[in-house]
Write a protein of this length. Sequence first.
Length: 258
Amino acid sequence: MRFRPCIDIHNGKVKQIVGGSLLDQGDYAKDNFVSEKDGDYYANLYREAGLAGGHIILLNKSDSQYYKEDVRQACLALKAFPGGLQIGGGMTDQNAAFFLDQGASHIIVTSFVFKDGKIDYENLKKIAAITGKEHLVLDLSCRKKGDSYYIVTDRWQKFTEVELTQEVLDELSAYCDEFLIHAVDVEGKSSGIETEIAAMLGNWNGIPVTYAGGVGSFEDLRTLKTLGGGKVDVTIGSALDLFGGKMAFDEVLKIIDE
Protein backbone atom coordinates (compact mmCIF):
# COMPACT_ATOMS: atom_id res chain seq x y z
CA MET A 1 0.00 0.00 0.00
CA ARG A 2 1.15 3.49 -0.89
CA PHE A 3 -0.29 6.82 0.17
CA ARG A 4 -1.48 8.80 -2.84
CA PRO A 5 -2.03 12.46 -1.88
CA CYS A 6 -4.66 14.62 -3.53
CA ILE A 7 -5.29 18.21 -4.57
CA ASP A 8 -8.97 18.77 -5.37
CA ILE A 9 -9.77 22.10 -7.02
CA HIS A 10 -13.25 23.66 -7.17
CA ASN A 11 -14.26 27.24 -7.90
CA GLY A 12 -10.59 28.18 -8.14
CA LYS A 13 -9.72 26.92 -4.64
CA VAL A 14 -8.04 23.85 -3.22
CA LYS A 15 -10.92 22.15 -1.39
CA GLN A 16 -12.33 19.04 0.12
CA ILE A 17 -16.01 18.52 -0.65
CA VAL A 18 -18.74 15.96 -0.03
CA GLY A 19 -18.43 14.12 -3.33
CA GLY A 20 -22.11 13.27 -3.76
CA SER A 21 -23.09 16.94 -3.32
CA LEU A 22 -21.37 18.19 -6.47
CA LEU A 23 -23.66 19.93 -8.97
CA ASP A 24 -22.79 21.69 -12.21
CA GLN A 25 -25.73 24.05 -11.74
CA GLY A 26 -24.45 27.06 -9.85
CA ASP A 27 -21.02 25.41 -9.46
CA TYR A 28 -22.34 24.06 -6.15
CA ALA A 29 -20.70 21.66 -3.73
CA LYS A 30 -20.97 21.15 0.01
CA ASP A 31 -17.55 22.16 1.30
CA ASN A 32 -15.70 20.36 4.07
CA PHE A 33 -12.61 22.53 3.77
CA VAL A 34 -11.51 25.49 1.67
CA SER A 35 -7.79 26.25 1.68
CA GLU A 36 -6.28 29.70 1.59
CA LYS A 37 -3.13 28.15 0.11
CA ASP A 38 -2.48 27.59 -3.58
CA GLY A 39 -1.94 24.28 -5.32
CA ASP A 40 1.83 24.60 -5.33
CA TYR A 41 1.91 24.65 -1.51
CA TYR A 42 0.49 21.12 -1.38
CA ALA A 43 2.58 19.93 -4.33
CA ASN A 44 5.76 21.09 -2.62
CA LEU A 45 4.69 19.34 0.58
CA TYR A 46 4.12 16.07 -1.26
CA ARG A 47 7.38 16.42 -3.19
CA GLU A 48 9.37 16.99 0.00
CA ALA A 49 7.74 13.91 1.54
CA GLY A 50 8.63 11.82 -1.52
CA LEU A 51 4.98 11.08 -2.30
CA ALA A 52 4.84 10.73 -6.07
CA GLY A 53 1.70 9.39 -7.75
CA GLY A 54 -0.90 11.64 -6.15
CA HIS A 55 -3.63 13.29 -8.16
CA ILE A 56 -5.14 16.67 -8.95
CA ILE A 57 -8.86 16.71 -9.74
CA LEU A 58 -10.57 19.67 -11.44
CA LEU A 59 -14.15 19.69 -10.19
CA ASN A 60 -15.72 22.38 -12.38
CA LYS A 61 -16.97 21.91 -15.93
CA SER A 62 -14.80 23.38 -18.67
CA ASP A 63 -17.47 26.03 -19.41
CA SER A 64 -17.63 27.16 -15.77
CA GLN A 65 -16.58 30.70 -14.95
CA TYR A 66 -14.11 29.16 -12.48
CA TYR A 67 -12.47 26.68 -14.84
CA LYS A 68 -9.63 28.96 -15.94
CA GLU A 69 -8.67 29.57 -12.32
CA ASP A 70 -8.92 25.82 -11.61
CA VAL A 71 -6.42 25.22 -14.41
CA ARG A 72 -4.11 27.94 -13.09
CA GLN A 73 -4.07 26.32 -9.66
CA ALA A 74 -3.43 22.92 -11.22
CA CYS A 75 -0.53 24.24 -13.28
CA LEU A 76 1.05 25.80 -10.19
CA ALA A 77 0.98 22.35 -8.57
CA LEU A 78 2.25 20.51 -11.65
CA LYS A 79 5.18 22.86 -12.05
CA ALA A 80 6.07 22.54 -8.36
CA PHE A 81 6.23 18.73 -8.61
CA PRO A 82 6.97 17.88 -12.25
CA GLY A 83 6.31 14.22 -13.00
CA GLY A 84 4.96 13.66 -9.50
CA LEU A 85 1.24 14.29 -9.93
CA GLN A 86 -1.56 12.97 -12.11
CA ILE A 87 -4.47 15.15 -13.24
CA GLY A 88 -8.13 14.48 -13.98
CA GLY A 89 -11.42 16.27 -14.44
CA GLY A 90 -12.64 17.03 -17.95
CA MET A 91 -9.69 15.36 -19.66
CA THR A 92 -10.07 14.60 -23.40
CA ASP A 93 -7.88 13.95 -26.41
CA GLN A 94 -7.94 17.72 -26.98
CA ASN A 95 -6.37 18.85 -23.70
CA ALA A 96 -4.38 15.81 -22.50
CA ALA A 97 -1.15 16.88 -24.23
CA PHE A 98 -1.34 20.33 -22.62
CA PHE A 99 -1.42 18.90 -19.10
CA LEU A 100 1.35 16.42 -19.86
CA ASP A 101 3.43 19.34 -21.11
CA GLN A 102 2.70 21.16 -17.83
CA GLY A 103 4.32 18.29 -15.93
CA ALA A 104 1.54 15.77 -15.23
CA SER A 105 2.78 12.18 -15.02
CA HIS A 106 -0.61 10.75 -16.03
CA ILE A 107 -3.95 11.89 -17.40
CA ILE A 108 -6.97 10.61 -15.46
CA VAL A 109 -10.12 10.15 -17.51
CA THR A 110 -13.71 9.01 -16.96
CA SER A 111 -16.45 10.87 -18.80
CA PHE A 112 -14.63 11.03 -22.15
CA VAL A 113 -14.39 7.23 -22.14
CA PHE A 114 -17.90 6.48 -20.85
CA LYS A 115 -20.53 7.88 -23.22
CA ASP A 116 -24.27 7.26 -23.11
CA GLY A 117 -23.73 4.89 -20.22
CA LYS A 118 -21.31 2.62 -22.05
CA ILE A 119 -17.57 2.27 -22.68
CA ASP A 120 -16.67 4.32 -25.75
CA TYR A 121 -13.73 2.35 -27.11
CA GLU A 122 -13.14 4.85 -29.92
CA ASN A 123 -12.59 7.66 -27.40
CA LEU A 124 -10.53 5.37 -25.17
CA LYS A 125 -8.21 4.60 -28.07
CA LYS A 126 -8.08 8.29 -29.03
CA ILE A 127 -6.85 9.44 -25.64
CA ALA A 128 -4.53 6.46 -25.22
CA ALA A 129 -2.93 7.42 -28.55
CA ILE A 130 -2.17 10.87 -27.11
CA THR A 131 -0.95 9.79 -23.66
CA GLY A 132 0.35 6.30 -24.26
CA LYS A 133 -0.84 3.47 -22.02
CA GLU A 134 1.93 4.32 -19.55
CA HIS A 135 0.54 7.83 -18.90
CA LEU A 136 -3.18 7.01 -18.70
CA VAL A 137 -5.27 6.39 -15.58
CA LEU A 138 -8.92 5.34 -15.82
CA ASP A 139 -11.10 6.73 -13.04
CA LEU A 140 -13.73 4.09 -12.32
CA SER A 141 -15.41 5.98 -9.49
CA CYS A 142 -18.66 4.30 -8.57
CA ARG A 143 -21.90 4.49 -6.62
CA LYS A 144 -24.17 1.73 -5.37
CA LYS A 145 -27.41 0.90 -7.13
CA GLY A 146 -29.26 -2.13 -5.87
CA ASP A 147 -26.68 -4.68 -4.80
CA SER A 148 -23.98 -3.57 -7.22
CA TYR A 149 -21.61 -0.67 -7.82
CA TYR A 150 -21.79 1.17 -11.13
CA ILE A 151 -19.27 3.56 -12.66
CA VAL A 152 -20.44 7.18 -12.59
CA THR A 153 -19.48 10.08 -14.85
CA ASP A 154 -19.85 13.86 -15.22
CA ARG A 155 -18.38 14.75 -11.85
CA TRP A 156 -20.06 11.69 -10.29
CA GLN A 157 -23.59 12.81 -11.21
CA LYS A 158 -24.57 10.25 -13.87
CA PHE A 159 -24.76 6.46 -13.57
CA THR A 160 -23.44 4.35 -16.43
CA GLU A 161 -24.59 0.85 -17.24
CA VAL A 162 -21.10 -0.46 -16.48
CA GLU A 163 -20.87 -2.43 -13.26
CA LEU A 164 -17.54 -2.37 -11.43
CA THR A 165 -16.37 -5.97 -11.56
CA GLN A 166 -13.08 -7.80 -11.78
CA GLU A 167 -13.94 -8.67 -15.38
CA VAL A 168 -14.24 -4.95 -16.24
CA LEU A 169 -10.93 -4.29 -14.49
CA ASP A 170 -9.32 -7.06 -16.54
CA GLU A 171 -10.70 -5.65 -19.78
CA LEU A 172 -9.84 -1.99 -19.22
CA SER A 173 -6.39 -2.62 -17.77
CA ALA A 174 -5.16 -3.35 -21.29
CA TYR A 175 -5.50 0.38 -22.08
CA CYS A 176 -4.11 2.12 -19.00
CA ASP A 177 -1.36 2.19 -16.40
CA GLU A 178 -3.51 2.50 -13.25
CA PHE A 179 -7.04 2.78 -11.93
CA LEU A 180 -8.38 5.43 -9.54
CA ILE A 181 -11.62 4.49 -7.79
CA HIS A 182 -13.59 6.90 -5.63
CA ALA A 183 -16.34 5.30 -3.56
CA VAL A 184 -18.58 8.30 -4.22
CA ASP A 185 -21.34 7.51 -1.72
CA VAL A 186 -18.87 7.96 1.16
CA GLU A 187 -16.51 10.43 -0.51
CA GLY A 188 -15.83 13.40 1.77
CA LYS A 189 -17.86 12.00 4.66
CA SER A 190 -15.04 10.39 6.72
CA SER A 191 -17.65 7.81 7.70
CA GLY A 192 -15.81 4.59 6.91
CA ILE A 193 -14.72 2.86 3.72
CA GLU A 194 -16.84 0.83 1.30
CA THR A 195 -15.61 -2.58 2.40
CA GLU A 196 -17.17 -4.43 -0.55
CA ILE A 197 -15.17 -2.34 -3.02
CA ALA A 198 -11.98 -2.65 -0.98
CA ALA A 199 -12.31 -6.43 -0.76
CA MET A 200 -13.01 -6.81 -4.48
CA LEU A 201 -9.96 -4.72 -5.35
CA GLY A 202 -7.84 -6.69 -2.87
CA ASN A 203 -8.85 -9.93 -4.56
CA TRP A 204 -7.94 -8.64 -8.01
CA ASN A 205 -4.44 -9.05 -9.38
CA GLY A 206 -3.57 -6.50 -12.00
CA ILE A 207 -2.29 -2.97 -12.48
CA PRO A 208 -2.02 -0.52 -9.56
CA VAL A 209 -5.31 0.68 -8.04
CA THR A 210 -5.91 3.65 -5.75
CA TYR A 211 -8.99 3.68 -3.49
CA ALA A 212 -10.51 6.93 -2.27
CA GLY A 213 -13.57 7.58 -0.13
CA GLY A 214 -14.66 7.42 3.48
CA VAL A 215 -11.34 6.95 5.28
CA GLY A 216 -11.98 8.79 8.54
CA SER A 217 -9.78 7.08 11.11
CA PHE A 218 -6.60 5.09 11.48
CA GLU A 219 -8.79 2.03 12.00
CA ASP A 220 -10.33 2.62 8.54
CA LEU A 221 -6.85 2.87 7.10
CA ARG A 222 -5.79 -0.42 8.67
CA THR A 223 -9.04 -2.09 7.50
CA LEU A 224 -8.35 -0.99 3.93
CA LYS A 225 -4.81 -2.26 4.21
CA THR A 226 -6.11 -5.67 5.33
CA LEU A 227 -8.96 -5.96 2.82
CA GLY A 228 -6.73 -4.71 0.03
CA GLY A 229 -4.04 -7.22 0.86
CA GLY A 230 -1.55 -4.38 1.15
CA LYS A 231 -1.64 -3.77 -2.60
CA VAL A 232 -4.50 -1.26 -2.87
CA ASP A 233 -3.18 2.29 -2.56
CA VAL A 234 -5.13 4.96 -0.68
CA THR A 235 -6.10 8.61 -0.83
CA ILE A 236 -7.31 10.50 2.23
CA GLY A 237 -8.93 13.88 1.83
CA SER A 238 -11.30 15.50 4.33
CA ALA A 239 -10.10 13.43 7.29
CA LEU A 240 -6.46 14.51 6.84
CA ASP A 241 -5.15 17.29 9.07
CA LEU A 242 -3.81 19.10 5.99
CA PHE A 243 -7.45 19.67 5.07
CA GLY A 244 -8.88 20.37 8.51
CA GLY A 245 -9.38 16.74 9.57
CA LYS A 246 -8.22 14.77 12.60
CA MET A 247 -5.82 12.28 10.97
CA ALA A 248 -2.23 13.50 11.28
CA PHE A 249 -0.36 13.38 7.97
CA ASP A 250 2.83 12.02 9.59
CA GLU A 251 0.91 9.29 11.44
CA VAL A 252 -0.81 8.20 8.23
CA LEU A 253 2.58 7.73 6.58
CA LYS A 254 3.80 5.65 9.55
CA ILE A 255 0.81 3.30 9.31
CA ILE A 256 1.26 2.97 5.54
CA ASP A 257 4.86 1.86 6.17
CA GLU A 258 4.01 -0.65 8.96
